[in-house]
Design a protein around this ligand. Structure first.
Ligand SMILES: Cc1ncc(COP(=O)(O)O)c(C=O)c1O
Length: 416
């Protein structure tokens, strides 16, 4: 095997490709402080009395090209409000993906509805119209399209399928701030789009959420769903609750930080897009590494960058590859969420409630329900992305990929 000392990976005795830390953006600063001061100076932190949440909602709707935006306490709360607003009820089936955050699934269960897991595309890691269609039964009421890693599902085909089969389409955009499909922000294609402002997303209020909709009636219901079904509009009988709702009200403090963060969104997304485009260009074609496939018509916003290894070509498993990259100074994680969501004890033991039946108890969640999703999790390796990443970070990452992959691949060839 002929590898120069310079190209020798660190795990085989060479020098690491990257010896300086990756750049990281300071998330919160003077703009947030100024907004927070203004919020406190109002003398109220209640959304219905202050101006910050209202302003954030107006700016968020405008920014996303939507008619309405309704703030709430988390991405999970946003999805739950959407489920309440469109009337998901006990026994309904809702089609969801098996690789996502529990925040996509919990709202389905809280409505007494039954999550049905649709398999994923092996390269774009999102549900497709074909995998969704296979899950439709007479009980199916809605589809929750999760735009994983900042890449849109194929919204054209999925929307058509939902319209044809009279299903409600909801969008989980928690990982997809700034992601566009066919030139429009995701979240505008289904009845409701749901965003998360949690600490780890493109922009953050610590915790927080937002729904968008272009339907006036749904907008009213979304507001009620987040506020105990209290109707605070003029002349309404406020306490005459008409459906089961929660208290998911955003405070003025979150609203204030949300305004300052929203102003940074375009720059954050643009920088991530540029860095990831260069990374893709420079590591395309490495043997045994499959790069993420962007959905047609989508401008992704790169919440993270996930590749898959082909162990038989690369000569290493995802764990071995990730360990080698760590030694190069490029931290990556293998297997993302570990197991598909339906393999969690909650689904295997139907343990939603302490001592009563939930409608999903009637469904058996088999460990191999979604074979592609299982293969993705076995072979995926995730690189965290930050908008502050520099050319030096790029150069180190590319060099690490090249060194590790070429060495492993050659070694594997020698073994035959
Ligand atoms: C795809 C997806 N959906 C929903 C959520 C839930 O958001 P939150 O943590 O704000 O409740 C997350 C959060 O990680 C997510 O990544």
């Amino acid at each position: 095997m002929t590898i120069s000392t310079e190209d020798l990976p660190a795990f085989a005795g060479g020098k690491p490709a990257k010896t300086t830390p990756f750049a990281k953006e300071k998330r919160y600063g003077d703009a947030e402080l100024q907004q927070l001061k203004e919020a406190l100076d109002q003398g109220t932190l209640f959304y219905a009395q202050g101006k910050k949440v209202k302003t954030l909602e107006e700016q968020f709707a405008k920014h996303h090209g939507a008619k309405h935006a309704i703030a709430c306490t988390s991405g999970t709360a946003a999805i739950h409000s959407a489920m309440m607003a469109v009337g998901i009820s006990p026994g309904d089936e809702v089609i969801v993906p098996p690789i996502t955050d529990m925040g996509s699934i919990v709202p389905v269960l809280f409505q007494g509805a039954i999550p049905v897991f649709a398999d994923l595309d092996p390269k774009s890691y999102v549900m497709t119209a074909q995998t969704i269609e296979k899950c439709i039964t007479p009980k199916t009421r809605a589809v929750l399209a999760v735009h994983l890693w900042g890449n849109a599902c194929d919204l054209g085909a999925i929307k058509k399928l939902c319209d044809d089969r009279k299903l409600t389409l909801l969008e989980d955009c928690a990982q997809a701030f700034g992601c566009k499909y066919d030139g429009k922000c995701v979240g505008n294609f289904g009845a409701v789009g749901c965003y998360s402002y949690n600490e780890f997303k493109h922009i953050s209020t610590g915790d927080g959420g937002m729904t968008i909709t272009n339907d006036d009636d749904l907008a009213k219901k979304l507001r009620l769903a987040t506020d105990k079904c209290y109707d605070r509009s003029p002349n309404a009988k406020m306490r005459q609750a008409t459906f089961l709702a929660a208290n998911y009200r955003m405070t003025e403090l979150q609203g204030a930080v949300g305004i300052a963060q929203l102003a940074k969104l375009d720059s954050i997304v643009e920088r991530r897009q540029k860095w990831c485009a260069k990374l893709t260009e420079q590591i395309t074609g490495l043997p045994g590494i499959t790069l993420p496939k962007v959905t047609d018509k989508c401008d992704p916003s790169w919440w993270f960058y996930m590749v898959r290894v082909e162990p038989e070509v690369l000569g290493a498993t995802a764990d071995e590859f990730v360990q080698a990259m760590h030694k190069e100074g490029v931290p990556m994680g293998a297997h993302y969420i570990g197991e598909p969501i339906y393999a969690y004890p909650l689904f295997q033991h139907h343990s939603a409630f302490d001592h009563a039946e939930h409608p999903f108890n009637a469904r058996v969640y088999k460990k191999a329900d979604c074979p592609e999703a299982e293969k993705i999790l076995q072979t995926c390796c995730m690189l965290s992305i930050n908008e502050a990443y520099t050319d030096d970070d790029l150069e180190g990452t590319v060099r690490a990929f090249n060194k590790v992959v070429n060495y492993l691949h050659q070694k594997r060839g020698l073994k035959g």
